[in-house]
Design a binder for this molecule. Structure first.
Ligand code: HEC
Length: 244
């Protein structure tokens, strides 16, 4: 019996590590450190998302009016800041480019990003968005540390600057182990970093719009249970005092 349990535990551990490795391709992710309760960060992230990502990607489960309510934005602010296509306030976030056109241009269709923070995780997204480096063998001129031979062009090369990969040879194969900036961008590194964290925070929010509510509800539930435990314990003491 012990052996069976031990084998099962080993199997679960192996599957888990396998999944993590498959997700990051072996490259270590960096912590995104995002705060989905920070409304200013989410608002900035929403703006970056609509400015830089909605041209190719959609977020088909996300409606503009929902974002406005959750982030405390007015209708006119939302329409001018986020809605590039000028669609209705109640519409979902659709991409400017059609999937077919994008697939022809980039070799792969840009996936819908509504749930990407849940499928990939915020750390993966942060590492991905800061992980583009110059690679002349690619048609886009760039590759990515965590998504080898990615079809997506490096959207932020002007802001971030040009980065080169640092390689290490392992069993006769060259592996990327890091990146370094070789040409400064228009943004200071900290400024760029904040922009990417805001963007990842927004992606985390759209992946689960209820998460702030869920977390605060959880706290109230715990407080209730704590008080209830006190009451129940006092009652138990009272009921049993004649028995002892
Ligand atoms: C010019 C078009 C284009 C723009 C603009 C663009 N992307 Fe992409 N993106 C792509 C394509 C194409 C892929 C698919 C890459 C592949 O499969 O090789 C992709 C893939 C991705 C992926 C990987 C998804 C997955 O799970 O496999 C993420 C995450 C992503 N993009 C995020 C973004 C974000 C965030 C922005 C805005 C800053 C953005 N993209 C802007 C074209 C674009």
């Amino acid at each position: 019996m012990k052996k069976i349990i031990l084998t099962l535990l080993c199997l679960i551990a192996m599957i888990n590590t396998g999944l993590v490795m498959a997700n990051s391709g072996g490259y270590p992710t960096s912590p995104a450190n995002v705060n989905v309760d920070d409304m200013d960060s989410l608002k900035r992230g929403a703006k970056v998302f609509s400015e830089y990502c909605l041209s190719c990607h959609s977020a088909k489960y996300v409606r503009f009016n929902r974002v406005a309510t959750d982030l405390g934005m007015t209708e006119s602010e939302t329409m001018s800041d986020l809605n590039n296509l000028g669609v209705k306030f109640g519409s979902t976030m659709t991409a400017v480019m059609t999937k077919e056109y994008a697939k022809e241009s980039f070799g792969a269709a840009p996936p819908d990003l509504s749930l990407v923070a849940r499928s990939r995780g915020v750390d993966w997204l942060y590492t991905y968005l800061t992980g583009f480096y110059a690679d002349s063998s690619r048609t886009t001129g760039h590759n990515n540390v965590i998504f080898k031979d990615v079809g997506m062009p490096n959207i932020f090369w002007q802001q971030e600057g040009v980065k080169k990969a640092i390689y290490e040879e392992h069993e006769g194969e060259k592996h990327v182990v890091g990146v370094e900036v070789v040409e400064k961008g228009t943004m200071a590194p900290e400024e760029f970093d904040t922009m990417i964290r805001d963007l990842v925070a927004f992606l985390a929010y759209i992946g689960e719009p209820h998460q702030s509510y869920r977390k605060s509800l959880g706290v109230y539930v715990l407080i209730f249970l704590f008080i209830f435990f006190g009451v129940a314990y006092a009652m138990k003491k009272d009921y049993w005092k004649d028995v002892h």
